[in-house]
Design a protein around this ligand. Structure first.
Ligand SMILES: [Zn+2]
Length: 650
């Protein structure tokens, strides 16, 4: 479904040019902001020993006549700067051009050879490096396109697709007094003069970018903005999107796919784009006068795109159809589910939910990437002694194992990954979940449905008649569910479930609070694991820094832990969208219900004593588990302090 987003059939029409060259003003004569020493923090000087090409005599500067980059001249200059050998350059020159190569940028042809970078020995000569070199050689600013930072509507209004294509350029930013335009051809300048006419006094800031990115985003941006525009136009012809919906209500007089290919295009693009950007959620929000699309990436929302209100409604409707939801129903929240295949062939599941808001129906799609939900324990950051403890608890024949933490602390991933390991052919693994986050063929999964009286408790009761070995209960939030879980454990089943508590010891208090007698807890609970997710430092840009002694003590107290020789701080680069972090890993506090710990479980429980005893038996706090990750250079003290609760003063 979400494939082929950038197939040529989606090509925007290459018809009328909206840029007409008038007069003779020449933008290139206007003062440009001086090239800083490495826009985006990159020191371009290291990429070349020469300015211009072939020494000081710039072969492209042919008295103001435009020049396209020439493979021969580029190769010569690359040899001169020590990137490739003479022999390699000749190899490329004499090789016959394939049909595809004829339409490629010369730097793409060179990059496709994947030569070793002779100047910087450690990596291959890729297109990005070649682009940086081209910038250094031509003395022009470098820019790496981050599609999430671009206002697509504004950018595509600067010029027509035909004009952008013909001149190999793309607008990236439209400010009040300037426009940033990217090109892969530093010696093409004619377009500046033509474009100036339509910019109403804005200056042109020229940057050079990776030619492959340029082609890709040029096509994507114009396709999506044209689809949005066409969808709006077609919607207006039939007096608003409501008509489309009424038609669907009548039982599909016309298939919606055939009816509005533009909306289909937008949805396909949106999904593929979200997968590419590693987004975990897609928000489609109606606002007063427009629709807003945002992605959540590594826990933070990013503004992606704006749609006209009518198109926004049509996109939501299309997704509701895909999710088999009631398209006509807009006043009640609804849930749905869609399975799709990303371009690289991974099956991805999406959970859809709608909510009526003041300006219309808001939709949120949670993306369940099986690679994220099912991970190995080492990927989860569960290693060494902790992993051994978890293994021991979950390999018992019967009893209750609890995972605690707030929403978004990675409990589901831990449960799925653990169950997946336990689900062999010899055992029956059943789950009752609210909702089912990922459909896993190895489990028998059931979803809580309060409207037909399928609750956690009644679900467990039903599962018990299904000859289960292992039961996963999504969450224990009432006494009835707790009692069912205990009954299952007492009758020889392993029950794995979650609780909302801050740390491992308070799980016991929580069970008591629900009304479970202490002796029942002692008889069934095998252990508790509390967990949190901390963001991991971006490996591309993290920087060493000295350890802040006070912060380290705050992190590790009440224990005395040797300070690591060095820690790392986030910096921010293009790879991590300037956040300094990339991906997340778990930190854990594991409390097995040992004889000693169990002995302290009573109605008037002494939580501090319980905690102290557990520490005595080797339990580490969440913060201590985090300290280990800090010492390993994976995350920062601040990040652990942010997500992990206070260690208790003992
Ligand atoms: Zn980074």
């Amino acid at each position: 479904m979400a494939g082929n987003v950038s197939s040529p059939s989606n090509n925007p029409e290459t018809t009328a040019d909206n840029v007409t060259p008038l007069g003779q003003a020449n933008a290139s004569a206007q003062p440009r902001p001086a090239a800083t020493d490495g826009p985006e923090g990159i020191d371009l000087a290291q990429y070349t020993d020469h300015r211009g090409f072939a020494g000081n005599d710039n072969p492209f500067d042919d008295g103001g006549v435009e020049m396209l980059l020439d493979l021969h001249i580029l190769l010569e200059a690359l040899v001169e700067d020590g990137y490739i050998s003479q022999r390699q350059a000749e190899d490329i020159l004499i090789a016959p051009r394939t049909k595809r190569e004829l339409s490629m940028h010369p730097l793409e042809i060179i990059a496709s050879r994947e030569y070793e970078n002779r100047r910087f020995g450690n990596k291959s000569l890729d297109l990005e490096t070649l682009t940086l070199w081209l910038c250094a050689r031509s003395g022009q600013d470098y820019h790496r396109i981050d599609p999430l930072k671009i206002n697509v509507n504004a950018a595509t209004e600067v010029m027509s697709y035909a004009f952008a294509q013909r001149h190999n350029i793309l607008a990236l930013e439209v400010a009040d007094d300037y426009v940033v335009i990217a090109t892969g051809q530093p010696y093409m300048v004619q377009w500046e003069g033509m474009l100036t006419q339509t910019l109403r006094g804005r200056r042109i800031r020229r940057v050079v970018c990776n030619p492959a990115d340029l082609t890709r985003y040029q096509l994507e941006f114009y396709t999506i903005s044209r689809s949005a525009q066409k969808a709006q136009e077609s919607g207006m012809e039939v007096s608003g999107i409501t008509n489309l919906e009424q038609m669907l209500e009548l039982g599909g007089l016309k298939s919606p796919e055939a009816n509005d290919a533009h909306v289909v295009n937008i949805v396909d693009w949106l999904l593929q784009y979200a997968f590419d950007q590693r987004a975990s959620d897609i928000h489609i929000e109606p606002r007063r006068d427009k629709g807003l699309i945002r992605f959540r990436i590594d826990g933070i929302l990013h503004h992606v795109y704006e749609l006209p209100s009518a198109v926004n409604t049509a996109v939501t409707s299309r997704l509701k159809i895909l999710g088999r939801m009631d398209v006509a129903e807009k006043r009640r929240p609804q849930d749905g589910r869609v399975k799709t295949v990303s371009q690289d062939g991974t099956e991805i599941e999406l959970r859809l939910s709608t909510l009526p808001t003041a300006f219309g129906e808001k939709m949120v799609m949670r993306i369940f990437d099986p690679d994220v939900l099912l991970r190995s324990f080492s990927e989860l950051g569960l290693a060494g002694e902790d992993h051994q403890r978890w293994h021991n608890m979950t390999h018992a024949a019967n009893g209750i194992v609890l995972v605690t933490g707030p929403t978004g602390s990675g409990k589901t991933t831990t449960l799925y990954s653990t169950l997946k390991q336990l689900a062999t052919d010899e055992v029956n693994v059943c789950t009752i979940e609210d909702p089912i986050e990922m459909v896993e063929p190895a489990f028998n999964q059931m979803q809580v449905q309060p409207n037909i009286d399928v609750t956690f408790a009644s679900g467990v009761r039903a599962l018990m008649r299904q000859d289960p070995d292992i039961i996963m209960v999504g969450e224990i939030r009432d006494l009835e569910t707790a009692e069912m879980a205990i009954q299952a454990a007492l009758t020889g089943h392993l029950v794995i479930s979650t609780l909302h508590t801050n740390d491992a010891p308070t799980a016991v208090t929580r069970m008591l609070d629900l009304g479970v007698p202490a002796y029942m807890i002692k008889a069934t609970v095998l252990g508790v694991m509390a967990q949190r997710l901390v963001r991991t430092l971006c490996p591309h840009c993290k920087v060493e820094e000295p350890v802040d002694k006070e912060a380290w003590q705050l992190l590790t107290r009440p224990f005395r832990v040797k300070q690591p020789p060095r820690v790392y701080a986030p910096k921010g680069c293009l790879e991590c969208r300037d956040t300094g972090y990339m991906g997340r890993v778990g930190i854990y506090e594991i409390m097995p219900m040992s004889e000693k710990v169990s002995g302290l479980v009573k109605t008037e429980i002494e939580l501090d004593e319980l905690r102290k005893t557990a520490f005595g038996e080797g339990m580490r706090t969440l913060r201590l588990s985090g300290a280990q990750k800090v010492g390993a250079g994976l995350t920062t003290i601040a990040e652990v302090l942010r997500v992990a609760p206070n260690s208790q003063d003992l």
